[in-house]
Design a protein around this ligand. Structure first.
Ligand SMILES: [Zn+2]
Length: 450
């Protein structure tokens, strides 16, 4: 089962290793030809090398291929790699939805496909096109005795944590019902992020005062869900300083009325400074969940990559992207010491139609635009310049839309089962590999009560 040593090797070294091993026995060569040389990363006597106890899934909402490149340039420069891009196995994931009006997915359908292995319509949280409820991989993990957690810089009831966390509602806007399901039905052990407004009823401001000017007001239509959580045994924290000291196995931490940042165009009230940070929340969640002897599944999401891309705000897209990479580092630190952990990092879709360019060359002027008369016309354009780390270069981010696009997104992974995520495939296959790696049967659909 040991994999940590070989897993840390980078690909060129594994090739060298492969040739050494190939020289040893003909049988090994035969195995290689049958299974591909991923087999060399396995203990050859271990037929269960693709079984994992734990999964850590880090989602960059809206994080397309050019986002990763831009974040790399901003964080480590032109010739180095992000932690997320150093994970040894890489695939490209198709994100298309099965929506009657468009193939371009929203976060709800995208996360549902990743979490359940089923394509569906936009706005759906774990409900298929026939109206049946779908069971998420984390709900399955809970049923198998594992501890589960969702961590996000968005509302904890936003589309991606809702779908992974195992809620099931026909429309993603039902955030208080999602909150109720997370604590009462699925019993998610650790819930950390924003979105307090959906836990307190109108008139009860909660820990973060209402801000009607910013449309941030308590609006739960399922009663006081914080009290409900307390009655169910959750330790509730709202002060970032209290998160460290929380010592329960069930924690609900809500640290903002809505998102833990302000998504706006640059210079128009845009803020990305979550407290606690996503890496810090992730570290805490891992320390709590990993106490479960039967293993755990943690879903951690950086939402601001998507929201800042919607606003074509390159500066804060880059800042949140760097925070996401530190989050992957937190997860990798745990996975390096616990080799029964499958670590996956990917996106639900691309956002912004982004590409990366050098600073203006008079021979190739800005070719963006074409949106005259649209209020967003001034947004979908060139953005920058931004500094390129460890160099004297600068870069321009060039946006083509303020919405989602249909391009494939990169996935990188390490640990048991990760080699099965190499290739080009639809997002539903990510569920298939996770279920297989955890030893779960394919989840059943259940008839809807709606
Ligand atoms: Zn999304």
């Amino acid at each position: 089962m040991q994999r940590a040593g070989t897993r840390r090797l980078r690909r060129p070294l594994r090739v060298v290793e492969a040739f050494v091993l190939m020289g040893i026995t003909v049988a090994t060569v035969f195995l290689a030809s049958v299974f591909g040389y991923g087999v060399f990363a396995q203990d050859e006597t271990d037929s269960t090398g693709d079984q994992a106890e734990n999964v850590i899934f880090v989602l960059g909402d809206g994080l397309g291929p050019a986002h990763r490149d831009a974040i790399q340039l901003s964080k480590v420069g032109p010739y180095d790699r992000l932690t997320m891009d150093r994970l040894p196995y890489q695939g490209m994931v198709g994100t298309n939805a099965e929506d009657p009006e468009t193939f371009v997915t929203d976060s709800a359908a995208g996360a549902t496909s990743l979490a359940t292995g089923v394509k569906t319509y936009n706005d759906s949280i774990n409900v298929d096109n026939g109206g049946d409820r779908l069971t998420s991989i984390m709900k399955q993990a809970k049923a198998q005795g594992k501890a589960i957690g969702v961590v996000t810089t968005s509302q904890v009831t936003d589309a991606s944590p809702a779908a992974f966390g195992g809620a099931s509602v026909p429309d993603r806007d039902a955030q208080s019902e999602i909150a109720r399901q997370l604590i009462e039905d699925v019993k998610v052990d650790v819930i950390l992020g924003g979105g307090e407004d959906y836990w307190y009823p109108e008139g009860n401001e909660g820990a973060y005062p209402d801000d009607p000017a910013d449309e941030e007001v308590s609006q739960s239509n399922r009663g006081n869900l914080v009290n409900r959580a307390r009655n169910l045994g959750y330790e509730y924290v709202s002060d970032p300083a209290d998160l460290n000291g929380a010592d329960s196995r069930k924690i609900l931490g809500l640290f903002a009325n809505e998102e833990m940042f302000e998504q706006n165009p640059e210079g128009e009230g845009d803020v990305y400074d979550p407290d606690p940070t996503l890496p810090k929340m992730t570290r805490k969640a891992i320390s709590v969940l990993s106490k479960d002897p039967q293993g755990f599944f943690l879903f951690a999401e950086e939402e601001a990559v998507d929201e800042m891309s919607h606003n074509n705000n390159g500066r804060l897209m880059l800042k949140s992207g760097r925070a996401m990479d530190r989050t992957v580092s937190e997860a990798k630190f745990y996975a390096d010491g616990n080799d029964e952990t499958l670590l996956i990092t990917t996106a639900d879709h691309e956002c912004g139609g982004l590409t990366v360019e050098s600073i203006d060359d008079p021979e190739y002027p800005d070719e963006s635009g074409g949106n005259e008369g649209n209020e967003n016309a001034n947004l979908s354009t060139e953005d920058g310049p931004f500094e390129v780390a460890n160099s004297d270069y600068q870069m321009i981010l060039d946006w083509t839309t303020t919405g989602h696009t249909g391009v494939d997104v990169p996935l990188t992974a390490s640990g048991p089962g990760a080699r099965n995520l190499v290739g080009n495939y639809e997002n539903t296959e990510v569920y298939d590999v996770m279920a297989e790696t955890l030893g779960f049967p394919k989840a059943q659909r259940t008839a809807s009560a709606n």
